[in-house]
Ligand binder design. Structure first.
Ligand code: UT7
Length: 398
């Protein structure tokens, strides 16, 4: 009997197949910093409690002029610069988020337009803090099937807008920010080697943000007791137990699928929820905690954005080399969890590289035209309506 090759064998041996490589990365965080000491003035808490129970010291908070789409756009623009890809080359934009600006249009569509990515499909993906890994896997599958060549996957959140600032058990944990990667088809084996995506909706009430669309809002179990519309609710200790269980399991499963072992892993980029969760996962896997990227001291939990932000910082710090095997692992509302193994296929971050000059200028022109094109279209529609009203014509007749 011919044994099926593992996904990793197929990727490594080069079977004339198509592989999805990360070729660009970028992050964007708001300037405004909210420290633990600032929080002491808002809820009954202390810097000492937050630091020792979570590892967080400060987080970024979006200003009124910033949004999920604007942060995601900035991260995507940086990733496109590194990849030296034009907006017109993008086939697909996925934004993983729990804090979209609208139910629709998606944040992905807003970003698609502002980039001038006129040939791209765009949608938002809801898988809470696992969303970025889900998004990369969706893009990977689309690339490997040959249906697309270039995808931008973004994790972007404005968590500060859905926090209950009177609930000290959640408001101290989260922050705002965005991270993005560009994935491209290549015949060079490597890139995304395997992924494990999982969900257990029986834990839906452990972590939620109720919104419109419930069967019966007044009776919905989401709205019982402490669950409030558009506000985050979390049963922290239950989520903590769930997270420490699934991280190790899903990493081992993803490695097995890729035909690798823990010894082959250079770096784990986990969702940044709590330093104690990362330490516990490292202990369970008997891996040195230094092999886990951790930056939640400065950003807190940025949900779907945490993995790409941590990835960008690891690259910037020179912690990732060509051919390194990386693991992404996310967990959160749904409940959902996801792990992915990637073989890093591009040279380490090229300091200050922002693509060829001509392509860079074309990208800037595309952003400029998209911004002004949208304004002109809106002004045009307003003038049209005004003229129609003056002429006494109904808009429908036109
Ligand atoms: O990204 C999505 C996934 N999310 C997570 O993975 C989060 C997982 N959970 C956690 O990280 C932790 O459960 C928390 C950080 C949320 C809470 O830490 P904990 O050690 O599980 O604390 P706890 O909920 O068991 O609360 C212990 C005590 C309680 O007081 P009593 O009842 O023992 O008197 C809380 O009221 O700590 C109290 N407490 C606080 N005290 C000061 C809870 N929040 C705070 C606070 N400041 N901010």
């Amino acid at each position: 009997m011919v044994m099926p090759k593992s996904e990793r064998d197929l990727a490594r041996n080069g079977d004339g197949g198509i592989y999805a490589h990360v070729v660009g990365w970028g992050m964007a965080v708001p300037d405004m910093i909210l420290t633990n000491h600032d929080l002491e003035a808002i809820v009954e808490t202390s810097d000492e409690w937050i630091r020792t129970r979570t590892g967080i010291t400060e987080r970024r908070i979006a200003s009124e002029r910033e949004s999920t789409a604007s942060l995601g756009l900035r991260a995507a623009q940086r990733a496109l610069d590194i990849a030296d890809v034009l907006p017109t080359e993008i086939d697909l934009i996925i934004v993983a988020t729990s804090t979209p600006e609208n139910i629709f249009p998606s944040a992905a569509s807003l970003i698609q337009h502002r980039l001038g990515a006129v040939k791209a499909g765009a949608f938002d993906l809801s898988a809470a803090c696992s969303g970025f890994v889900y998004g990369v896997e969706m893009a990977n599958q689309a690339i490997r099937s040959g249906s697309i060549t270039t995808a931008v996957v973004i994790g972007s959140e404005t968590m500060s807008r859905i926090l209950d600032w009177q609930d000290r058990s959640t408001c101290i944990l989260f922050g705002d920010g965005a991270g993005a990667v560009v994935l491209r088809a290549s015949n060079t084996p490597g890139g995304v080697l395997s992924a494990v995506l999982r969900s257990d909706g029986s834990g839906a009430d452990m972590l939620s943000i109720p919104t419109v669309g419930s069967e019966d809002l007044s009776n919905s179990y989401f709205l019982a007791s402490e669950h409030r519309m558009f506000k985050m609710y979390m049963n922290g200790s239950e989520v903590f137990k769930f997270a420490t269980r699934v991280i190790g399991e899903s990493i081992l499963e993803a490695l097995h699928k890729a035909g690798l072992t823990l010894n082959d892993v250079s770096l784990v980029v986990p969702h940044q929820a709590n330093a104690r969760i990362i330490q516990s996962a490292a202990r369970a896997l008997k891996l040195d905690v230094d092999r886990f990227v951790s930056n939640l001291d400065r950003y807190g939990n940025t949900s779907a954005a945490s993995i790409p932000i941590a990835l960008c910082e690891a690259i910037e710090q020179g912690r990732i080399k060509e051919n390194d095997n990386l693991v992404f692992v996310g967990f959160g509302g749904g409940l959902t969890w996801a792990a992915m193994v990637l073989q890093w296929g591009v040279p380490p971050a090229i300091e200050g590289f922002a693509g060829s000059r001509i392509k860079r200028q074309r990208r800037r022109a595309s952003y400029f035209l998209a911004r002004w094109g949208m304004r002109l279209q809106r002004w045009g529609r307003t003038i049209n309506r005004f003229t129609n009203r003056l002429l006494g014509r109904s808009e429908q007749k036109d």
